[in-house]
Design a protein. Structure first.
Length: 503
């Protein structure tokens, strides 16, 4: 049951098939697509391209498996399988991290960490599997009736993931759904299919019953749309662009499946003048440049109090220019390439827009000079200063290493600018004033607020958006609500069914 066939492409590209009903298969059309290294454009994988017919097969397999022994398996057995998956991911964390790195360009240091976080996600949900239950509630006449709820799985869950964190996104879409007793059809992003298919292999090795996890790589408008419209799918969990999210909601109306959406952002990182400058700069660099800025919750709008602004900018620009950009397989690299040529062009387009709008380009703005990187999708750390929040570069998600540094005078203005955007995924405040920190945590319209830190996301903390950053939450107990439904049961305790119609 090997997913990696004998290496046959001239450059050593891997070959991957679809995973349906516990088996690795070619797509029904026989089509394949290539996944390309963002470092040097070489083909790293040749992957079976799923579309509607394969999604149909996967959904049928998931439904049959869900209605089979999976439904009656004790929760503790499900937990054991998830724990085995966690251990297998841990054991292969280096390799899985490297696969994501060659697929999408995140530095190995980061993708290894993400692989370990994926293992922790499975471990967390393994624990949850045995803690999902309904409630009993006293009836108005408690001795006569008993009322209680059953919390049941929704059934077949479709997961559609983006490319910016391939394995961790696959873990977020599968571990909670399985813990809650559902079957899953996962459609990974077309740029980054490898580790989702490795996860399928791990699931099989861990003893997950056939058909409970199916992985169908393919393109959005074909495979993704087939999943979102499918009448046999009960719920879609989606992460990606908000424009795609809106399409998913429209497609979901065919059978009124439920949808949760995690849709990116333009998060304000608000820095007051009472901070330690070096710490504040370090936090802002971390918030912005991790994963080359390709994180939905990146701190891309850096709001700095005018009394600190010039000193902050000088140091932030200096440190941005020192970032080690390079081959993401090198452990010393801190910033790799962007995922694709399309993403590079998008970033370049926004740099032109920023210049045109009158922002000051303080550093970066182009591709690195190093000839070793010339063939990859690399972009320099880039800082725009004197940015007005109404500019396009401050309002739109660039998804690259581009900062918009904005001035503010006082707390009220910081909140007004911070909230003046269509998104609401995350926000952050740096200050030593404890009261101010908590006031802002309340006033900022975002699903996560970070105080003097950034990018803290753990399996037990609910993650999701306000406004156009989407709805529903991933991670944490809150997610159980989205992956189960409630059934109310009423029992007559005294043979007292009201005979209202007796004559
Ligand atoms: P996307 O939203 O188009 O893709 C995300 C996933 O949705 C992929 O698996 C894709 O195949 C699927 N998809 C695309 N069109 C679909 C459709 N019509 N029906 C069903 N599934 C569909 O994002 P894309 O095109 O990869 O990137 C575009 C921009 O989106 C990025 O530049 C970035 O600004 C933003 N983005 C935000 C992410 C986040 O974490 N919130 C992640 C990835 C991208
Ligand atoms: Mg798209």
């Amino acid at each position: 049951m090997a997913s990696v066939l004998p290496v046959s492409a001239p450059n050593g590209a891997r070959r991957y098939q679809l995973f349906i009903n516990g088996k690795f298969l070619d797509s029904q059309s026989g089509k394949t697509f290539e996944s390309v290294s963002p470092h040097d454009r070489s083909v790293v994988a040749i992957v079976a391209e799923g579309d509607k017919a394969d999604i149909d097969a996967a959904v049928s397999a998931a439904r049959a498996a869900y209605e089979g022994p999976w439904g009656s398996m004790p929760a503790g057995e499900r937990a054991k399988i998830l724990l085995r998956m966690a251990d297998l991911i841990d054991a292969r964390a280096m390799e899985l991290g490297q696969l994501d790195t060659i697929d999408m360009g995140a530095p190995v240091m980061l993708s290894n960490g993400m692989a370990m976080l994926a293992a922790e996600t499975f471990r967390y949900w393994a624990g949850m599997a045995t803690k999902i239950h309904g409630l009993t509630m006293p009836a108005l006449r408690p001795g006569e009736y008993l009322g209680y709820t059953l919390r049941e799985p929704v059934g077949v869950v479709g997961g559609i993931t983006p490319w910016n964190g391939p394995l961790i996104m696959a873990a977020w879409k599968t571990a909670p759904a399985l813990a809650c007793g559902n079957a899953v059809v996962l459609k990974p992003a077309e740029h980054t299919p490898m580790t989702a298919l490795e996860l399928a292999r791990i699931a099989a090795e861990a003893g997950l019953p056939e058909g409970i996890l199916n992985v169908v790589p393919g393109y959005g408008p074909t495979a993704g749309a087939a999943l979102a419209t499918h009448p046999g799918v009960d719920k879609i969990a989606f992460t990606g662009e908000y424009v795609t999210g809106r399409l998913i909601v429209q497609m979901s109306t065919s059978n009124l499946k439920t949808v949760t959406l995690e849709l990116g952002g333009k998060s304000p990182h608000i820095i007051f003048d009472d901070v330690d400058l070096e710490t504040a700069v370090a936090n802002a660099l971390f918030g912005l440049y991790m994963n080359t800025g390709q994180i939905c919750s990146a701190g891309t709008r850096i709001l700095v109090q005018d009394t600190l602004y010039d000193r902050f900018v000088a140091r932030f620009v200096e440190r941005s220019q020192e970032i080690k950009v390079g081959d993401p397989l090198d452990f010393a690299t801190r910033m790799g390439p962007l995922v694709s040529e399309e993403q590079l062009r998008k970033v370049q387009r926004y740099v032109e827009i920023g210049k045109h709008e009158g922002a000051r380009l303080a550093c970066g703005g182009g591709q690195p000079k190093d000839p070793a990187l010339a063939n990859g999708f690399y972009h320099q750390p880039t800082v725009f200063t004197e940015v007005d929040n109404r500019m396009q570069i401050a309002q739109e998600e660039i998804f690259g290493p581009v900062a918009s540094v904005i001035r503010f005078r006082d707390e009220d203005e910081a909140v007004r600018i911070g909230n003046d955007v269509i998104y609401g995924l995350a926000a952050g405040v740096q200050t030593k004033d404890l009261k101010r920190a908590h006031r802002l945590a309340k006033r900022l319209q975002a699903g996560t607020v970070w105080i003097n830190t950034w990018h803290m996301i753990e399996p037990n903390s609910p993650f999701g958006g306000y406004k156009l950053s989407g709805y529903g939450r991933e991670n944490g107990v809150a997610m159980v609500e989205h992956l189960t439904r409630l059934k109310q049961v009423w029992v007559d305790l005294n043979d007292f069914t009201m005979d209202l119609f007796a004559s």
